[in-house]
Design a protein around this ligand. Sequence first.
Ligand code: HAM
Length: 420
Amino acid sequence: MAKGDALPTESYKGVRDFYPEDQFFQRYLFEHMERVCELFGYEEYTASVLEPAELYRSKTSEEIVNEQTYSFLDRGGREVTLRPEMTPTLARMIAARQRELPLPVRWYSIPNVFRYERPQRGRLREHWQLNVDLVGAEGIEADAEVIAVAHGIMRSLGAEERDFEIHVSDRRILESIYRSVGIAKEYAADVTRLLDRRAKIDDFEKRLTDLIAHEEKAVKLVEELERLTSTKYLEDLRSALESMGVGNMVVDTSVTRGFDYYTGMVFEVYDTDPRNRRSLFGGGRYDNLLSLFGGASIPAVGFGMGDVTARDFLEAHNLLPRYAPATELMICIVEQEATAHATHLAQSLRRDDVTVAVNFSDKRIGDQIRQADAMGIPFIIAVGSKERESGRYTIKNLETGHERTLPVDQIADHVFSSLG
Ligand code: HAM
């Protein structure tokens, strides 16, 4: 290929490449998410990233997401969408088996989801999103439980309660205000979506007036929202959470969430650091979504937590784990004739469960050791004629400089006891 035609190395706009350090973090994050979900009795599920486009047209999602979907025609002329969120898929899967599933079910998943958004800090065109959903339970204890899972994940990642706040509101509050102000049903979803973006738009009141075509009602709506501080339900939720050890819930009636399907409790988790005022993640109760699939109406509550905002949060709070590769040992080759012996030794150690890479660089031994060190590999063994003849190997800990000369069958124990 001529030089001018070289392929660009950049990834597609708004998506990420995961180099080993990134993947290391990703795994760390997912393992914490999975562990906390399982501590609460949640089971993992997943599905294909491809969904029939109609799943998102059938009122399961908001318009914003419809405008943000990656959709295309497959070779058979069917309209396909890369899922922009997991909730419609979850609803579809549960509705399909509603007779067999012993409700309530607790399910979690960490899917990759795609939205055609304007890339910016915390917003990309692709992200991974933990979804935690409790389906088939309508009580306040179910709402409290999913919030406790969210809290548990934040705590397990090292966050203190003072580092984040769980802002909770209730869609039923909005509905009762709409009723008292006299906002017609057909505008309700649009008004809720506008409220969801309120903090991000300057001319909110003008847009609201334009939307409902009634200035008096717009003013009254804003007044009513500001007057409202809490409700009995939200106070009960707070006590339920406190008894579970969750002490950082705040009532915040400005929380609405964008999706149309929420019907009750809604929440957003915020960083308390004023430099990072955006929501980290959120969710809520959606009691009517499953009935769209023709079966019974099944109550549900859950949340979605994205990896992008989680990483930004952990970085800002100095909570990122330090990268270390999974490789425990590098075998360095002193002279070419030792190569077969080195690969054989590596195989024996792998059978003993040691993670081993053999250095094929042909570089000087000092350079090979420096490479192992730069990669963060804790141990090295150099194999040359002496080792081939004696069958004993000097294993060096690169961090402490400590060395031991051992036969092959004692190396694994040495590695494990040193690494703890
Ligand atoms: P959502 O608020 O649209 O809700 O997304 C949930 C979380 O995913 C966000 O709070 C954020 O952490 C992350 N997220 C969303 N969009 C992006 C993006 N473009 N770039 C990076 N991160 C993003 C839902 O999707 C609901 N389906 C969640 C849910 C589950 N509700 C009930 N169950």
